[in-house]
Unconditional design. Structure first.
Length: 317
């Protein structure tokens, strides 16, 4: 249920009409009026060499993943321009000089040129990377205050206590392009199933899952809707995971939950407590988690806004 870069860019690519051929002078993508060239795409891919040549399908996947990273980088640059502001060339040059001085003070005593060779970057790329990291740190500092981190810890303690739950589900797919009325019909089916299960505790949730669930998991594993154990974050879409961890006791059945797949009923079958933590001892882990979550949230919002405004075009053939 998670949606990686290759997922959203693949959907956008499939919706595009791309009949032209590839040219280094033609943009690989355009992001709010800013072009990402094929030359940039190729240079980025060359920074991540493989031990063995790609098969054709692997090469295509790697190309899409790399383009997705470049698009995200450009979206974040534009976001930081707006919310943090741009830095002067003098400040950027000084930061690069300070970075080189730091390299030379290390035991390895690398020069900037040697660092660039090792990391397959140009000095300009290193300078821009340092600048973007500094601007991101400035933005994060204004958002992730100590009060915010402590509140986030209290509200999401299961993440840091490493609690896991085991659930079963009944899932009904919503077809792509379904109308609101069609979506409501799918939801109503699960509302009725839930009412039946609650009205008669002797009814078997697993049997209902076998008879009603749709999707690859239902056909593949034949586990009666069992999804096994998973943590609070990182495995399933937020709406699904949030409801699974909100269920008050083993045997509880959720309200109908909507995800990008469709609609779900969730039954809690087990909960593993994990370990007890204290905020003061996991504060930096909370900060790292919130920083990553903040970045993902911003990028998702920026992608959606660009797509909605038809300001994100993929030009791959």
């Amino acid at each position: 249920m998670a949606r990686p870069v290759i997922g959203w860019i693949g959907v956008l690519l499939a919706a595009s009409s791309l009949a032209h051929g590839q040219s280094l002078s033609r943009p690989a993508a355009t992001v709010n009026g800013v072009a990402i060239s094929f030359e940039q795409l190729q240079a980025e891919m060359q920074q991540m060499p493989l031990a063995l040549p790609d098969a054709p399908d692997q090469a295509r996947t790697r190309q899409l993943e790399t383009l997705g990273l470049l698009i995200d980088r450009e979206l974040m640059r534009q976001f930081l321009d707006k919310h943090v502001g741009q830095e002067t060339p003098q400040v950027m040059e000084k930061r690069l000089a300070d970075f080189e001085a730091t390299l030379l003070r290390r035991e390895s005593k690398l020069s900037l040129a040697e660092f660039c060779q090792d990391t397959r970057q140009t000095p300009e790329q290193v300078k821009l990377g340092l600048t973007e990291q500094q601007r991101w740190n400035q933005y994060v500092a204004t958002r992730l205050t100590n009060a915010y981190l402590e509140q986030y810890y209290r509200e999401n303690r299961a993440i840091f206590d490493k609690v896991t739950v085991r659930v079963s589900q009944i899932a009904l797919r919503v077809p792509v392009g379904a109308t609101p009325e069609e979506k409501e019909q799918v939801r109503d089916r699960l509302v009725k199933i839930r009412a039946e299960l609650l009205a008669n505790p002797r009814l078997d949730f697993a049997e209902y899952a076998r008879n009603h669930s749709q999707g690859a998991h239902a056909k593949r594993d034949k586990k009666d809707g069992d999804l096994g154990y998973f943590p609070r974050k990182g495995f399933f879409e937020e709406s699904f995971a949030q409801e699974a961890f909100r269920l008050p006791h083993v045997g509880a059945i959720s309200e109908v939950v909507e995800t990008s797949f469709g609609f779900h009923l969730i039954k809690l079958t087990d909960r593993r407590v994990g370990e007890t933590t204290e905020f003061s001892k996991v504060k930096e882990a909370v900060r790292a988690h919130c920083t990553q979550e903040l970045r993902q949230t911003i990028l998702e919002q920026q992608r959606k806004a660009a797509v909605a405004a038809k300001a994100l075009q993929i030009e791959l053939p």
